[in-house]
Every structure is written in C-alpha cells, then in structure tokens.
Design a protein around this ligand. Structure first.
Ligand code: SF4
Length: 334
C-alpha cells in the first residue's frame, strides 16, 4: 500500500475557508491566524472551499471564481506560504465530490439530523432559502475533504467539534466496511474568539456590519468611525463603561494590553474621548492589515502569477487526492 494513507511524515492538517465572499476578521481570528502558526509543524492543506460556499451562495455562482482568487490572495498575503503548504480550490479537485458521494451512502440520516450545527442553522436556513440537501449534508463533504488528504489534525473552534466527531464516525465506518485505514481526524481545539459585527450584532453581510480582513484605508476609517459606543457617554465629559461598548470588544482583538488599560482607565474616567479611542483602534487595525493589504493588491494585480500559484496548489492537492481515491476504490472493489 502506498504512503498516502499511512504517512510517516509530519502529521497532516486540513482546513479551509468557505467561499462566500471576501474573508472577514472572524476568518482571521478564528482560523487563519492559527493556520499561520501551524504551517511549520504540520503538512498543511488549506482550501478555498467553494462547494461548501455554494450550499448557501448557490444563487451567486458567477461570483465564485472572483471570490476564490480573492481568498487565495488573502491566504498568501497574511502569511500562508504557498510552497510550504498546499493551498487549493476545492472545486478544482473533483475527488472531493467523489469521496463525498461514497461517504454519503454510508452515513445514516440520523447522524446528520443530530449534528448541533444543523439544528442551530435549520431555522435560518428555512428563512434564507438554503434549507437544501447540500447544506444538510455539509458535514459529509467536510469528512470527505479531510479524509482525502489524510487530514489527521483539524484545527477548529469549540462550535465545530461535533462536525469533526461526525467525520471520525464516518471515516471509522468506511474503514470497518472496507477494511481500510483512512486516518481518523483529530481535533486541535484553537482559540476562536467570538467576533461581533461592527454594530455589536452577529457579523453578517445581510446586516452590513462586516469588517473584512483587508479593507481600503478610507473604508476602514469610515467603518470604525461609525461604530456605536456606550450610549451612557452622550457627552465627552461623561464617563463610560468599556464592557458595554463594541469598540472595546474590537480593541480586545487588535490592541496591546497597554492600550486596553489605556482605554479602560480613560473611558471610565472620561479622560479620553470616543474619537481618541477609535483613532487608536484604527491605528492598530491598520498596523496589522497594512502589509497584507499591499501584498494582496500586488497579487491581484498580477493575475498570471496568481493563476500559476493557484494551478500549482490545485495540482499538488489533486495528486494526493487521486492517490487516496485510488486506494478507496481498491478497498471498495469498484
Ligand atoms: S471611550 Fe472607547 S470604550 Fe469608552 S465608550 Fe468611547 S469608544 Fe467605547
């Protein structure tokens, strides 16, 4: 048996970002920031997951290509090395769907009905015209994504743990039925802070409260200036409470401990104004995103180079995926 399923190299890690538009700061703090740390320790496969994106964005398929390129450029701009990692676009590796179909047949409906993420999402899915089979079967595709690359380690936040447990069940069932040895994925629990929208509600494109990972400076400034503050601070001389202010929630993501102390003391004593507070936040967001913004812009302005990097990543991903599928088919005798 070849090495794909029984690799002795660095443990493999698999993860991805759903293609539904530009990546936002929730993607950064919940995923990409962690992936950057993992890229030396693991053999990593990170994808722009457009089939997953289409479970909800199936009416915007004409935008998918553009979004995939944008996500790819974002991955690189923020520090994921396309040489060290295998960066790919899910739909360009058809084996994802093949393994999905194989897994779908051996996954009892009841397993999917019990997935907490589905239970949580079902009402919203009905309301948004996305109460569809693709969305329901999302965890099966996720199991296939992971198994395809022998993804032994999967970095997720607490909310996704049940999906990976299901992926383990599905993989185990496959191994049992066909006497195979696909690695069962293991969770690496990552720090995934809740990232609220700019107005404090859940971040959602439909609310228009999203902060993207790379915003143009003028747009960024406008968005930060428009953030609501503690309503008790109607006037500059009124003391405020940072725990009631979403600007402070953002400081907790972007600012140093020193700045957090500055905000807390200054807000409570009315020593600083909300304008000062937002200006400091803006500076800190800019300090983090300025360089990636420039790199991303350069990449998108050189489409040929970006295309080559994407094609190379897809080809490397496909090579591994094809080897896995070959073994899967052999085991199943199909
Ligand atoms: S000073 Fe900062 S934390 Fe306090 S209310 Fe104003 S914006 Fe919010």
């Amino acid at each position: 048996m070849s090495s794909t399923l029984e690799t002795k190299r660095k443990p493999r890690m698999m993860s991805g970002a759903r293609t539904t538009g530009h990546l936002h700061i929730g993607n950064y703090f919940g995923a990409i920031r962690n992936w950057i740390k993992f890229q030396d320790e693991y053999e990593c496969f990170f994808g722009a997951m457009d089939w997953h994106g289409m479970t909800t964005a199936y009416k915007s398929t004409e935008e998918m290509q553009k979004w995939n390129r944008d996500i790819f450029a974002e991955f690189i701009a923020w520090g994921l090395d396309p040489q060290k990692n295998v960066l790919f676009i899910q739909s360009q590796v058809p084996e994802h769907l093949e393994l999905f179909m194989i897994f779908a047949n051996l996954t009892p409906m009841g397993w999917l009905e019990r997935v907490p993420t589905w239970k949580d999402a079902e009402e919203e899915a009905k309301a948004s015209d996305t109460h569809n089979l693709g969305r329901f079967a999302y965890p099966v595709l996720q199991a296939a994504d992971i198994a395809l690359y022998g993804g032994m380690k999967v970095p997720v936040g607490q909310d996704q743990v049940s999906n990976i447990e299901l992926a383990r069940e599905i993989t185990r069932r496959f191994n049992h039925l066909y006497k195979a040895k696909l690695p069962e994925p293991q969770v690496i629990l990552t720090d995934s802070p809740v990232v609220p929208g700019l107005d404090g509600r859940k971040m959602s494109k439909s609310y228009g409260n999203t902060l993207f990972m790379t915003e143009e400076p003028k747009v960024l400034e406008k968005k930060v200036k428009a953030m609501p503050t503690d309503p008790q601070r109607a006037r500059r001389e009124d003391a405020g409470d940072p725990s009631k202010c979403n600007v402070f929630s953002y400081h907790k993501l972007f600012s140093s401990t020193e700045d957090l102390v500055w905000v807390q003391e200054g807000c409570r004593s009315a020593g600083i104004g909300c304008g000062d507070c937002k200006a400091r936040l803006l500076g800190n967001i800019n300090a983090l995103s300025e360089k990636p913004r420039e790199i991303k812009k350069d990449l998108l302005n050189q489409p040929k180079i970006l295309d080559e990097i994407i094609a190379d990543g897809n080809a490397r991903a496909r090579k591994v995926a094809q080897a896995t599928l070959l073994q899967v088919r052999e085991r199943m005798k199909i």
